[in-house]
Design a protein. Structure first.
Ligand code: FES
Ligand code: MG
Length: 595
C-alpha cells in the first residue's frame, strides 16, 4: 500500500487503548500478559500492528460454513503477511436447515453478539466469514452498527450436485420437487433421502441461488467483499487464494480507515436491489438488505424494491429461476459479469466505493459473461421483469411476490382466469401455522381445487418467533396426482430462497399483531392484481368490522408461547418483515466503535 493512502498512524489504532496505554498501565498489563500466555510476543501486541478479528461462522453445527475452519488459515497468512495480527473468535452458530424453530431467530442474536465483540475487544478491523443464509446479514448488520473496517469472506457454494452425468441436482430446490413426488406416491422415503443427498457433493453452502448465494452476492454488490469472490465454489483453489487476499486487504483497510458506512450507502443498497432482481435472488433478500440498511441509517422500503427492481430482467440462469447451478455461474463470470451487464445498461451506481479501494465500475470493467446462456446479456434475458412486486390492500400493508419464478403453466391457469392477464381471484383455504397445514391439507371438507389460494398465517416474526419459511405450501396429494403441482400461496411468513413457488410472502403486518390475514376465513374470496399491486379480501367493510371485533374480544390472534428466553426478548422488540425484522431499539446505534 502506498503511503498516500495511509490515513491512520500506529498510535491512532483502536487496539492501542488495550495494548499500549500508558495512562492506564493496569489495562495494558492485564491485556498483554493474558494474550502472551499462549505464545503471542510483545512485539506483535505492542508495536502498532493492526489487530484483525476473524468472526468464525463455521463449526460442526454449521456444515454450510464449516469449510471456514480451514479457510481462515489462509486469511491469517494474509493478515500476517500484510503486517497485522489475527484474532479468531466464534460467531453464534446459524444453520438454516437444522435450527428449530427457525434459523431466522438467530440472525438478530448473532448480530447482537457480534456487535458486543467488535465493540468490546481490541480489534482494529474484522474479517466476516459468511455462507449459510443468515450468517451474511448478521455480519453486515453488525459491521454497519459498529463501523470498524470490515470485509466479507464467503465460504463459497458447494460444487454442482448431479444425478448421473446429465441431471443437475440443486440444493433445496430438489427437496421441494421431490416432496411432490413423495406425496404423489411416485417415490418412497428411502429414495427421497437418497436423491436429496445428491445435491450436497462437497463442502460449501447451497449451490442454488437460494438465500446463501443471494446474500453473498449482495455482499459483493454492496462492495463489502473482494470482486469476484462471492461465488467461487468452496473447494476451488481460488477460494483459498481469495481468503489470503482478504486477509492482506483488511490490514490495508485499517490503515486507510475505510469503514462499512463509507461503503454501505443508499446508492450501494439500491445497487443490491437491482442485482438481486438480475440474479433471480431469494425472497429473503429484501428482509436482510432492509435490515442492513436500517442499521446503516438508511430508510429502504419494499416500495424501493418494486420501484428499482421490478423491471430489471433476469440475467442469471441459475436455479430456482433458471436451470444451472452456482459452479457454472462462477465459471461463466459470476457476480462481476452480472454487474458489468447492469452497469453497461445504466442500471447501477458504478461510482460507489468498495472494500478494495476501487469503485464498482472499476472492478467490473471488462468482466464480460463467458457463457451467454448461463449469464445472459441485458438485451437477451430469461425473463423481462424479474424483480419483486410489493402488494398492498386490506390484507396487509406490504407483501412481496417474486416474479422471476412464476412459471408459464401457472400464468395460464391463474392469471388468465380473471378479466386481465395480471389479476386473479380465488377462494381461500386458511392455515394457522405449518402444523395446522400438515394436519389438514388433505382434508376433503376444505374443498381445495385447482382455483384455491392457500393462506399461511401465524408465521411472522412474532407468530412464529423469527418468522417461519413455510409459505410455499404444496397442494393436496389428490390434486398433485391430477397434475396440479402448485397453487398460489399467501402468508405472513417467508419461503426458502431455493423454492420456485409463486408465493406472496412476508406479509406485514402479520396476523399475530392484527394484520388483515387474521380476519380471513376459509371460503372467502380474494383478488390479487399484480399490475395495480393490490391484494384484497372481497368482503364488505361491515363484515370485516364484525370479524375484527370478534378477534379483539378473543384477545387477538393466538400464537404459541415462548419456549426460550431469547424468543421472549426478541418478540418484545422485533419489527415486521418489511422493516427487516430488526430489533427496534438496536437500529438507533451507529458507529459504536468510536464510543
Ligand atoms: Fe446453509 Fe443453504 S442450508 S446455505
Ligand atoms: Mg432458507
Amino acid at each position: 500500500m502506498s503511503a498516500d493512502n495511509r490515513r491512520m498512524t500506529p498510535e491512532q489504532l483502536r487496539s492501542r487503548w488495550w495494548f499500549d496505554n500508558p495512562e492506564h498501565p493496569g489495562t495494558t498489563a492485564l491485556c498483554i500478559e493474558r494474550y502472551m500466555n499462549y505464545g503471542l510476543t510483545l512485539e506483535e501486541l505492542k508495536s502498532g500492528k493492526p489487530i484483525i478479528g476473524i468472526a468464525q461462522s463455521g463449526s460442526d453445527l454449521t456444515p454450510c460454513n464449516r469449510h471456514h475452519i480451514d479457510l481462515v488459515k489462509r486469511v491469517k497468512d494474509g493478515i500476517r503477511a500484510a503486517g497485522g495480527v489475527p484474532f479468531e473468535f466464534p460467531l453464534h452458530p446459524i444453520h438454516e436447515n437444522v435450527r428449530r424453530p427457525t434459523a431466522a431467530l438467530d440472525r438478530n442474536l448473532a448480530y447482537l453478539g457480534l456487535v458486543e465483540v467488535l465493540h468490546g475487544y481490541p480489534l482494529d478491523g474484522v474479517v466476516l466469514t459468511t455462507g449459510c443464509d443468515k450468517t451474511t446479514p448478521a455480519c453486515l448488520m453488525a459491521a454497519a452498527t459498529v463501523n470498524i473496517p470490515a470485509i466479507v469472506l464467503s465460504g463459497g457454494p458447494m460444487l454442482n450436485g448431479w444425478r448421473g452425468t446429465q441431471e443437475r441436482v440443486g440444493s433445496g430446490t430438489i427437496i421441494w420437487e421431490l416432496r411432490k413426488r413423495l406425496a404423489a406416491g411416485d417415490i418412497g422415503y428411502e429414495e427421497f433421502l437418497s436423491r436429496a443427498t445428491d445435491s450436497a457433493p462437497s463442502v460449501g453452502h447451497c449451490n442454488t441461488m437460494g438465500t446463501a448465494s443471494t446474500m453473498n452476492s449482495m455482499a459483493e454488490a454492496l462492495g463489502m467483499s473482494l470482486p469476484g469472490s462471492a461465488m467461487i465454489p468452496a473447494p476451488y483453489k481460488e477460494r483459498s487464494m481469495v481468503a489470503y487476499q482478504t486477509g492482506t486487504r483488511i490490514v490495508d483497510m485499517v490503515w486507510e480507515d475505510l469503514r462499512p458506512l463509507d461503503i454501505i450507502t443508499r446508492e450501494a443498497c439500491e445497487n443490491a436491489i437491482v442485482v438481486c432482481s438480475a440474479l433471480g435472488g431469494s425472497s429473503n433478500a429484501p428482509v436482510h438488505i432492509n435490515a442492513i440498511a436500517r442499521h446503516a441509517g438508511i430508510e429502504l422500503t419494499n416500495d424501493d424494491w418494486q420501484r428499482l427492481g421490478h423491471e430489471i430482467p433476469l440475467l442469471a440462469n441459475v436455479m430456482p429461476a433458471g436451470i444451472y447451478l452456482s459452479e457454472e455461474f462462477h465459471r461463466a463470470g459470476g457476480v462481476p459479469a452480472v454487474l458489468s451487464e447492469l452497469i453497461k445498461a445504466g442500471r447501477l451506481h458504478g461510482d460507489v466505493p468498495t472494500v478494495n479501494g476501487k469503485t464498482l465500475a472499476e472492478n467490473t470493467a471488462g468482466r464480460e459473461t463467458l457463457d451467454e446462456d448461463i449469464i445472459r446479456r441485458y438485451d437477451n434475458p430469461l425473463v423481462g421483469e424479474a424483480g419483486f412486486i410489493n402488494l398492498k390492500g386490506n390484507l396487509f400493508d406490504s407483501a412481496l411476490m417474486k416474479t422471476s419464478v412464476i412459471a408459464s403453466d401457472f400464468r395460464k391457469r391463474f392469471l388468465s382466469q380473471a378479466d386481465d392477464l395480471d389479476a386473479f381471484e380465488g377462494k381461500v383455504a386458511v392455515f394457522d401455522g405449518s402444523e395446522d397445514y400438515h394436519a389438514r391439507i388433505d382434508d376433503p371438507s376444505l374443498e381445495i381445487d385447482a382455483n384455491t389460494i392457500l393462506i399461511m398465517r401465524g408465521a411472522g416474526p412474532i407468530g412464529h418467533p423469527g418468522s417461519a419459511e413455510v409459505v410455499n405450501m404444496q397442494p393436496p396429494e389428490a390434486l398433485i396426482r391430477q397434475g396440479i403441482e402448485s397453487l398460489p400461496c399467501i402468508g405472513d411468513g417467508r419461503q426458502s430462497g431455493t423454492s420456485g413457488s409463486p408465493s406472496i410472502l412476508n406479509a406485514a403486518p402479520e396476523a399475530a399483531v392484527g394484520g388483515g390475514l387474521a380476519l380471513l376465513e376459509t371460503g372467502d374470496r380474494i383478488r390479487i392484481d399484480l399490475k395495480r399491486g393490490e391484494a384484497n379480501l372481497l368482503v364488505d367493510d361491515a363484515e370485516l368490522a364484525k370479524r375484527r371485533d370478534a378477534l379483539e374480544s378473543r384477545g387477538g390472534y393466538i400464537y404459541p408461547v415462548d419456549q426460550t428466553p431469547w424468543q421472549e426478548i426478541q418478540r418484545g422488540m422485533v419489527e415486521q418483515l418489511d422493516r427487516g425484522m430488526t430489533l427496534g431499539p438496536a437500529t438507533k446505534y451507529r458507529d459504536v466503535a468510536r464510543q
